[in-house]
Design a protein around this ligand. Sequence first.
Ligand SMILES: [Zn+2]
Length: 76
Amino acid sequence: MKTSLERAFDEAVGPYVEPCPTCGGPCRGANSYIKLGPGEEIPRCSECGEFVDREGQTLCQLVEGGVMPVILIRTA
Ligand SMILES: [Zn+2]
């Protein structure tokens, strides 16, 4: 049995409930930040088009109520 909170979470997450087979996202244990040098762009998953890190792991972190926005840290 799911709690009402879990049901509300399922509804909020909606279409993102199926994890991507390529990058594994979105998932609860994902990193939600990435460090990039000048001029670098955040890589995207070839399967789902969401942001991934250099290793191809998802940056889409599931949190209560949805997905964390990716935090981009520019390194000089
Ligand atoms: Zn993906």
